[in-house]
Design a protein. Sequence first.
Length: 280
Amino acid sequence: MASPHDFGIAGLLGWPVAHSRSPVIHYHALAEYGIAGRYVMFPVPPENLEAAVRGLAALGLRGCNVTTPHKQAVFPLLDRVDPLAQRIGAVNTVVVEKDGTLTGFNNDGNGFVQSLRDAAPSWRPDSGPILVLGAGGASGAVVGGLAAQGATEIRLANRTSDKAHEIADAVGSVVKVVRWDEREDALDGIAMLANATSLGSAGKPPLDIALDRLPRDAIVGDLIYVPPETPLLAAARARGNITVNGLGLLLNQARPAFHAWFGVMPEITPALRAAIQATF
């Protein structure tokens, strides 16, 4: 673990990165705890990913976050990968160790679970069946995190079933793949619905799903945080469901990364939430 008393640099690798609120989180924490450091945005196209990752240690970085489209492509470039990240097949945090080697982690799944607990303290991953829509890197992290924390039935729907089956094979028998055209039937009896697709994000069409069969006591989570309320969340809120956007995931996944890079576990404070909200 890094010392909070030395100047440190971390950053974000992605393509693109301009939309990210991660710098707001990390600069807020650096200021809050009086730590000398920087968090730098690195827009890295896929063809330059290997060169960028190989240069982390040489440039003196403590590590980096990894975002779309690099969360899976970064795997073979690392010296070791945490078992949870290995299981779900995606990395969102890289730590440069003291010897210059690189370790990959994925904090997205646990960050999402914590955001649900923040919104509904009585909810547990084993409260009932869960329906997850989408089968990209973010979905794998969410499904893996839910399974690791005790979920007993995760229904997974994606437009193409191959990717969903890959996640199911990696995570285990707790995951049941359902066809995309059966996604509304799969709402029956669930305790939580999670949208892990990009549908509903800024510039994208809304997620096409009728919520008539969704229990009114189910939590509805959306990994999207731009806009802060997607059409899915607005529809769920209108019918009385507790809703959670992707901001809580973003905040909660950032905490262990900051701790690994700068030596302090930051708190999620009202001032931090206000700083994020001011960017919308």
